[in-house]
Structures are given as structure tokens and as C-alpha cells.
Design a protein. Structure first.
Length: 134
């Protein structure tokens, strides 16, 4: 991978856009190695791992991102999205509710709305209860 962080960022973005998620994850890891203070790279690495179908790796990435100053709530919200995209609705709901509890004003309370959708996904999967859009 290129040593120039600007080129690595462009490569990572191009790989994400092309849906080459393992390659994007590799590029984001290179960015983090070159500049450990690049907060957004930790978050985007988590998404790349989630979209690559490795939600446990994404969880680790988001946990690391959440330890960055000021990123705890966004990390929980991002983790919820990663779990949701991998069909892990109970985990998604838990993460969204934790994000909401940490900061009810984050994204104008959007994590609470996402938690409801995650719960609906669980219900649909189990066949236990119908969910309707209004």
C-alpha cells in the first residue's frame, strides 16, 4: 500500500465504493499504522469489516474507535449499524440503545429509531410478531 496517507485514503475510499471490502479494510489498517491519530479511519475500518461479513472484527474495530476521545457514542451507533447489516438484530438493538443512553441528543435521537428497526428485524426473523411501517 502507498506510504502517502492521502493516496492510501483515496485507495481505501475507492475500494469501499467498488465494494471490495477486505481490500478497503487493508487500506484503512495501513492508514492507521501510518497515522494512529486518524480517528475516522478506525470508524471506516469497522464498516469495511462489517460489509466484508466479519462482524466480530468490526466489533473490535468499533470498540477501539470508541476509546478515541469523543467517539464513544458514534462508535456504539456504528457498531449497531454493523450488526444490523449482518442480521445480528439483538446486538444491533443493544448497541443503538447504549448509544442513545450515552447521548440522547446524538443524531437527534436517531439511535432510538434504529433500535426500533433492529427489534422489528428480530421479530420478522423469528416470525413472532408483525412489524408495519406507518
Amino acid at each position: 500500500l502507498p506510504a502517502d496517507p492521502t493516496v492510501s485514503r483515496a485507495l481505501a475510499e475507492a475500494e469501499m465504493n467498488a465494494r471490495h471490502f477486505p481490500e478497503a479494510a487493508r487500506a484503512y489498517r495501513a492508514i492507521i499504522r501510518a497515522d494512529p491519530d486518524e480517528d475516522i479511519a478506525y470508524n471506516l475500518l469497522g464498516y469495511a469489516e462489517a460489509f466484508a461479513g466479519t462482524p466480530d472484527a468490526a466489533r473490535e474495530d468499533f470498540e477501539q474507535y470508541g476509546r478515541r476521545p469523543g467517539q464513544a457514542t458514534n462508535a456504539l451507533d456504528s457498531l449497531g449499524e454493523a450488526m444490523f447489516s449482518n442480521g445480528r438484530f439483538a446486538d444491533a438493538e443493544k448497541s443503538f440503545l447504549e448509544a442513545y443512553a450515552k447521548d440522547p441528543n446524538f443524531l437527534m435521537a436517531e439511535p432510538l429509531w434504529k433500535a426500533a428497526h433492529a427489534r422489528c428485524g428480530r421479530w420478522r426473523r423469528s416470525g413472532a410478531r408483525p412489524c408495519r411501517s406507518t
